[in-house]
Design a protein around this ligand. Structure first.
Ligand code: HEC
Length: 359
């Protein structure tokens, strides 16, 4: 960073150059929202949108969908909402790695433009104590006797070659972690693009709530049937012909199938870690238990909704409550006081437990 003290006439020319080069000068980056940043794309709405997409695909696995550092890839990933070290250090951390984080997070090289877009997106999530201003820019912003102008060094947008070199000389992207990310962090076809484990938990929780309403009055057949329809919608919206319900439109059944598919992809990835291969089997067994219990729930829901007698409907409605508890918590099928991942026992709680053992 060079700081020039200039006469007013020269000053105009340099400002014009700075704006022309990057559409950026420090004063404009401080912006109407009062944000200051050394990122040339700061405040650019298009860049923020693109950055969100790239962030979710490449960073959220570890840093979390909200950038709060609570992803499931590496423990104690940084809370990027509180990033303090200025934009240049951000770019450096991403490209070269930072302490335990490999270069590019191990996810494959990005262009300089994409890194700047991620930075612009992260600024939108920033907490009060975050800082995206480089130390040099900060000192220039301070008032001084003469006219002080920052001629900003623009990021070299031609640098993808450099990125590629870095990527091949450092960490290869880990394929199994990408598939794990679809379970734990984000998957494209879920509502809100949440991970498959999250959508399963959300739908099963909704199903459990409405199964509870169904059994509030076991003599009220209409009430049992109404709430059982709601359960069916959350378990499998395609099975509930009314198309209406409190479910999110994805369903426990589809979420369990998705978990199985992506867990198999992770297990079969050529770079899968030993713990991924081992615990994949436990996750898969528990997910198949969930599929089975979800199927039973739908069968019983059909009996309730088609049934004419409150007694039979009440009986099945109570069985539904039990099945959904198993889906969420697992089942102590052999009565030994513990619930394992095993056939007939493991549910969502055991899936989460065994995913946490994978590194
Ligand atoms: C495989 C997991 C993983 C991925 C993927 C990942 N990171 Fe990180 N990142 C970490 C960890 C862990 C740390 C904390 C390093 C430490 O303190 O040991 C970190 C630290 C950082 C830091 C430094 C934070 C600070 O306070 O100085 C930045 C910036 C960062 N990551 C950005 C990113 C971006 C942007 C992406 C996506 C392109 C990304 N990371 C992808 C694991 C990851």
């Amino acid at each position: 960073m060079r700081i020039r003290r200039l006469t007013p006439a020269a000053c105009v020319a340099v400002v014009a150059t700075a704006v022309w080069v990057g559409g950026f000068n420090l004063a404009s980056a401080a912006g109407e929202e009062g944000r200051a940043s050394s990122n040339p794309l700061s405040g650019n709405k298009e860049a923020e949108g693109a950055g969100q997409t790239t962030y979710r695909a490449n960073c959220a696995l570890c840093h979390g969908m909200r950038a709060d550092g609570r992803g499931r890839g590496l423990p104690n990933s940084a809370d990027l909402r509180k990033f303090k070290r200025g934009y240049t250090k951000f770019v450096q951390a991403v490209k070269e790695g930072y302490k335990r984080m490999p270069a590019w997070g191990g996810m494959g090289a990005l262009t300089d433009q994409q890194v700047a877009e991620i930075g612009a997106y992260l600024e939108t999530l920033s907490r009060r104590n975050a800082n995206w201003v480089d130390p040099e820019d900060r000192s220039e912003a301070e008032p001084s006797g003469g006219i002080v102008l920052a001629v900003l060094r623009m990021p070299e947008f031609k640098a993808p070659e450099r990125g590629i070199i870095l990527a091949t000389t450092t960490t290869e992207p880990k394929e199994y972690q990408v598939h794990l990310g679809h379970l734990l962090t984000s998957w494209s076809d879920t509502p809100g693009e949440v991970g498959l484990v999250t959508i399963l938990e959300q739908e099963a929780t909704i199903a459990r709530e409405h199964a509870g309403y169904a059994v509030l009055d076991l003599e009220d057949l209409a009430n049992i049937q109404l709430h059982t329809r709601h359960v069916r919608h959350a378990v499998d919206p395609t099975a509930e012909r009314s198309g209406q319900g409190p479910g999110l439109g994805y369903g426990v059944t589809k979420a369990a199938a998705g978990i199985i598919q992506h867990m198999e992809y992770a297990r079969d990835a050529s770079d899968a870690s030993a713990s991924a291969k081992l615990h994949a089997e436990h996750v898969l067994t528990a997910a198949r238990n969930i599929q089975f219990w979800a199927g039973k729930t739908l069968d019983k829901a059909g009996q309730v909704i088609g049934g004419a007698s409150p007694v039979a409907s009440a009986f099945y409605a109570e069985e539904i409550v039990e099945r959904i508890d198993w889906i969420l918590l697992g089942r102590d099928a052999n009565g030994d006081g513990t619930i394992t991942w095993e056939d007939g026992e493991g549910g969502l709680a055991q899936i989460k437990e065994h995913l946490s053992y994978i590194d």
